[in-house]
Structure formats: C-alpha cells, structure tokens
Design a protein around this ligand. Structure first.
Ligand code: ADP
Ligand code: MG
Length: 433
C-alpha cells in the first residue's frame, strides 16, 4: 500500500482558446496547470493556497474527476484513477455555495444521497445521519428547513451531507468564503476539530493565507498554475523560497540584497551577519525580514542601524510601525511596545531572522539580457517594444518590483519608483538597446 492517499503526477491542464468568461469576453488559450506534482499523505490536512485564478479549483476538480488532465496522472492509494468517473471515487466535495435542497429539511438533505444510492435499510441510514449530525453539532436542527438556517449552519449541513458518504478524502473548495469573519473563525476551529476526530484526509482550497496557516498540516502555494512551495505552515512562513511566497504568506519586508560571501549579506546599505551559505560571492539576492523580527531599541549606540518612526498603529496585540531608515528605506515593524511618531530609534536584526532567497527570473529580449532597471513601463501600450499586463507588485523598501506578463505568457521583471496597479495594461520598453 502506498503511504500516499492522493498523488498528483506531472499534471498539465489547458482550457481551449475561445471559451468565454463570466463577463462575456473571449478567453485566450491558457495553461491553467503547469506540471503539478503533489503527494498527499493519509489523514493529512492539505491546503492549496494561491490568488484567485491560479488554478486551485481546477486542481480540485481534477482530483474529484469532474475534469481530465491533458497530461499526467492522478493516483489514489497508489492506483491510477485518472479515468475513473467521479461517482466511483471515494471522495466528496464541499463547495463555497452550499447548494442544499430548499424543499427538504436538514435530515432529508443529509439522507438524500444515501437513499438515492440504495442498498441501505432505513435504520442504517438513520444511524449514519445521526452520527454526522452530531459530528457537525447540528443534532437539534434535524427537522428545520434549510432556509431558516444561518450561513454557517447551512455550511455545516453541506459538510454533513458530504461526510455521510464516509469518503476517504473530503475536498473543500473555499467552503467558508461566503461567511462573515466571526462565523469563519468559529468554523475554522470546528473544521480542524472535525478533521482530527474523523482522521480522514482533507484537501482544502483557499486564497486566504491566514486560514491556510491556521488549518493546515501542509500548504501548497500555487501561482499561475505552478507550484511555488510545498511545506508545513511554519516552514513556509519562516522560509519562503521566493519573493512571491513571502509576499503572499503574510506581511514582510522584501528587500534587494547582495550576498557578499558565506554568512555575510548586504541590504538597506548595511552589512549583516546571516546563517546562509552557498550563494557564491557578490550575488544579487532577495531578502525577507518579517516585521516581528526587527528589534527596536532606544539605545542607539547598540543598534545596527537607525531610523525614524513614521507611523504607529495598534493592531489588537501588537503595534505596527512604519520606519524610515537613515539610508532611505521604509520598513514595517511589529512590536508589543509603541514608539512615538517622529522619534529616533535603533534597530537590530538577528542573523537567523534574515531569510536569503535566490532571485528568480531573467529579462531576455531579442537574445539580450536586461536588468530590472533597464526596462521602462509606459501608460500607452502601443509605445513599448512589447506590451503586457501587470500581474504582481512587491514594494521593496524604496522602490516597486513589478512583474509584467505578455500575451504569450513571457514575464519581465521591472524595478520602478512609479506607482502602477495590478491588472494595468502597459507598454514595455527596453533601455540601452
Ligand atoms: P482559482 O480556483 O484558483 O480561482 P480556477 O481553477 O477556477 O482558479 O481557474 C484558473 C484559470 O482557469 C482562470 O484563469 C480561469 O479563468 C480559467 N478557467 C477555469 N475554468 C475554465 C473553463 N471551463 N474554461 C476556460 N477557462 C477556465
Ligand atoms: Mg476557485
């Protein structure tokens, strides 16, 4: 028997050119999943996390069997199930929209599937329904009309309806997205408890990084149909593999740096000791520093660098401050203590709190390489050598780092002081040609 319950093996999926989006515009043919490989262990709580449109639902539908991959295989318990129809796969899906039957009460909504399938006595059905009602804490509601329930209660019924089939794997596609914040938080705790009690595998989809960090044993970070990182929540938070993951997984300071030699790195115009090795000498890198990892001190003489507090906001547990360093970089810092706006402070960063990452991507145009500051973005897309759409923006302390994607899906990386918005169509002009 395989140690993995689900394996996604080199899966690729494209949708055809010419289909229409909800607002009626014609889609270009796009690769929605690009060589996706994931191994999911029995009993794990795995979350697919990524921005809207990155391919999460498509991946879930492939696992459920509602879609077929163009290439690659899906295995369950080591057996290829790529061509097994959905109803023969021992898994069930809970969707964002609960899709309950309005004319049936809670009990009958849950019993419906079992009655339809046949082969069980009334008594067996009754036992199963009562068991799952208890599971989702809805025992007192069995006779209620589903319309009279709150959103959270309806979602519990939807989960019960999936669990009553005793699936080996429960697929959940943004099941809490329609709930308000308080209900979402409560349901997160309940889901986690349910997962522990049931012992089955949960595959959960969300675009909410906090939800993913709270719930999961393992997080799969996806961007544009490609897996960026797979790991435990803490590993992904503490050691993101690239600037996309770092930016997506919570607040951070992402900065340009240079690895001077092993264990020595330069950023914000200062040299720091770090723990990273093997990057070579004088190698450009990205640096991530979490806002809670910068220590503020009033003793300026012991600090590694100095700055001035620009803003200070109470965030419930900690204060969030924006600080301008004396060398002109803006940093976000979280601290349990407040420091006055305008006051001079010293800052310290421990070697282990400096996360060094390889820069990703090169700008190649007509066989020549361009640095990120050798490309200019233009308002009028006709004025550039190429044009494209802005797909991500990261603030790097004193400039913006922007990814622009052309219609043939080539990505260019641009450093600029100018403010652009995600989704803007821009001209791309190469300087020093
Ligand atoms: P997510 O769930 O991460 O928001 P989806 O998996 O729903 O993303 O969609 C990924 C991409 O595939 C999007 O660009 C979406 O527009 C496109 N897409 C999804 N379903 C179809 C379809 N049936 N036909 C064409 N394009 C689709
Ligand atoms: Mg989706």
């Amino acid at each position: 028997m395989s140690e993995y319950i689900i394996q996604i093996d080199h899966v690729n999926k494209s949708f055809e050119k010419g289909s229409r989006t909800k607002d009626g515009t014609l889609r270009e043919g796009v690769k929605v999943l690009d060589d996706v490989n994931i191994n999911i262990k029995k009993g794990e709580f795995v979350t697919f996390l990524g921005p809207s449109g990155c391919g999460k639902t498509t991946l879930l539908r492939l696992i459920a069997g509602f879609l077929q991959p163009d290439e690659g295989r899906i295995l369950m318990d080591g057996k290829d199930i790529t061509n097994v129809p959905p109803y023969q796969r021992p898994l069930n899906t809970v969707f964002q929209r609960y899709a309950l039957f309005p004319h049936l009460d809670v009990y009958d909504n849950i019993a419906f599937g079992l009655k339809l399938k046949g082969g069980m006595t009334e008594k067996e059905i009754d036992q199963r329904v009562r068991k799952v009602l208890k599971m989702v804490s809805m025992t007192d509601y069995e006779d209620r009309d589903v319309d009279s329930l709150s959103g959270g209660q309806q979602q519990r019924v939807a989960i019960a309806r999936a669990l009553v089939n005793q699936p080996k794997v429960l697929l959940l596609d943004e099941p809490l997205a329609a709930l308000d914040l308080k209900m979402r938080k409560d349901m997160q705790i309940e889901l986690k408890e349910m997962h522990q009690k049931l012992g089955i595998t949960f595959i959960y989809v969300t675009h909410d990084q906090e939800e993913a960090l709270t719930l999961s044993d393992t997080i799969v970070v996806i961007d544009e149909g490609r897996i960026q990182q797979i790991g435990k929540p803490k590993d992904i938070y503490d050691e993101p593999v690239n600037a996309f993951v770092a930016n997506f997984i919570g607040e951070s300071n992402i900065l340009d740096g240079t690895m001077i030699e092993d264990k020595k790195v330069r950023f914000i115009d200062k040299e720091f000791d770090c723990v990273d090795e093997g990057f070579g000498e004088n190698t450009p890198v990205d640096i991530v520093i979490r806002p809670e990892d910068i220590y503020i001190t009033k003793k300026l003489e012991v600090a590694q660098f100095l700055g001035t507090v620009k803003s200070c906001t109470f965030k419930g547990v900690h204060y969030e401050m924006f600080v301008d360093t004396d060398d002109g970089y803006e940093l976000m810092i979280q601290d349990y203590n407040a420091f006055d706006v305008g006051s001079k402070i010293g800052m310290i960063i421990k070697p282990t709190d400096i996360q060094v990452m390889h820069k990703f991507g090169k700008n190649i145009y007509e066989e020549k390489e361009y640095a990120c500051n050798e490309i200019e973005l233009l308002d009028n897309k006709e004025d550039g050598d190429l044009h494209g759409k802005i797909r991500s923006i990261i603030y790097k302390g004193n400039h913006y780092h922007i990814e622009v994607q052309t219609s043939d899906r080539k990505i260019f990386y641009v450093d600029t002081q100018e403010i652009w918005d995600k989704g803007d169509m821009v001209g791309i002009k190469f300087l020093n040609k």
